[in-house]
Design a binder for this molecule. Structure first.
Ligand SMILES: [Zn+2]
Length: 69
């Protein structure tokens, strides 16, 4: 029998997510999460979000340029 009479092994640390830009781990409650995206993205701050967003927009523009109908 385990010493722990509670029987529960709850993790006291809050759930963490990783910043999409700098990969820093942050508590999900503190993460910036842009709602416009179709899938969950987390950022440690708006600065990282803006960096990522700028790059994403360039990538999309390039892809659309390649794929001319
Ligand atoms: Zn970051």
């Amino acid at each position: 029998m385990a010493d722990n009479a509670n029987g529960t092994e709850e993790d006291p640390t809050p759930p963490r997510v990783r910043c999409r830009e700098c990969l820093k781990e942050i508590p999900s409650s503190e993460a910036e999460q842009p709602e416009a995206e179709e899938y969950a993205l987390y950022f440690c701050g708006l600065e990282c979000f803006q960096k990522w967003h700028e790059r994403a927009e360039k990538e999309i523009a390039r892809r659309e340029g390649d794929n001319q109908d």
